[in-house]
Design a protein around this ligand. Sequence first.
Ligand code: ASP
Ligand code: MG
Length: 402
Amino acid sequence: MLIVKKFGGSSVANKERIYNVARRCVEEYKNGNQVVVVLSAMGDTTDDLLDLAATISAKPSKRELDMLMSTGEQISVSLCAMAIQELGVAAISLNAFQVAMHTSRDYGNARLKKIDTERIKAELDAKKIVLVTGFQGINRYDDVTTLGRGGSDTTAVALAAALHADACEIYTDVDGVYTCDPRIVPEAQKLDEITYDDMLDLATLGAQVLHNRSVGMAKKYGVELVVRSSLSDAPGTVVREVLKVEKRMISGVAVDKSPARISLIGLHDAPGIAFRVFNVLAAEGISVDIILQSVGRDGTKDISFTVDRKDLDASIKVLEENLSKLTAERIECEENVAKVSVVGAGMMTNPGVASKMFEALYNEGINIKMISTSEVRITVLVDQDNADAAARAVHNAFVAQD
Ligand code: ASP
Ligand code: MG
């Protein structure tokens, strides 16, 4: 079997952890398998590198930031290759340039386009364990790019697809995907399996366990993922197209404490106003999430929406500059908000999910600021101070009774 194993930053945070990873890989190899290992940077290395850049420049060039950040993963693959060699097995580390992992041009958030597999296959044929840097690629200028924070998962899935691997295992410091973050909801349960679609929604809505782009890619190429702990032998959670056993109404509850809410008050109730508002934001590269428009009255209306908090200042600035063009009387914003979402394809066939969710929030005395839904998801915006209590109430209304 050809197995791709990905280990996150906490799994390679120090010497002991690196040896732990090395031993797991050697064991797999000695069972007669070909092993390709994708690693993240050790512990908080990527954050430390960003802090280091900030000491030099307030607005460093994106190209140089990628050049800098990519070193983190080179440290972990080379050290881990040394550890495997110490354990008596041949190993080689390769960076994105040596493999040739081709990405789009954009620094900081590049997309993997094509992976050359010749070098990896040759090294596997030479009976080596192959370690590949996660999170990075090269673009058409032969410059180093990175795939966005948490992007090593995507590297692993892309490699598994390109190599037609028999398994793709994502190792982390928790033993699988939970119905909610156990640090917020102690009653959270580990899922044995989850569909790509539900996992994608949970990852996008704030669950930290997988990079959302990696889940989309896994679905596209039919790569079955196993999410499991690097520190135990617990079986983990399988992410696949169709569930074999578990049929839950709700797959999980996600909490995202990063949004901010902006409201434009007193807009003209006329065609083209919403277009102008969101066009101004799009031109600044700002993504907007939940959008709510009030019913028009006396010729005016309000539009509220959420943005990532890091985009709040830029959003306010561009909206203020365009206030009269947008016909707004004033702008209001709120920084301390959070999104709480329930996700599950089971919702489609079970009426009353929304009412049950809102009842659970009401019982806790939690006010809902905004609501957004799809067929398989309900998201509410609440005060950030209420986020954990909201998640617990909603989770326990659904999951505990499943
Ligand atoms: N080291 C990178 C980060 O911290 C990539 C990853 O961990 O997946 O974002
Ligand atoms: Mg990470």
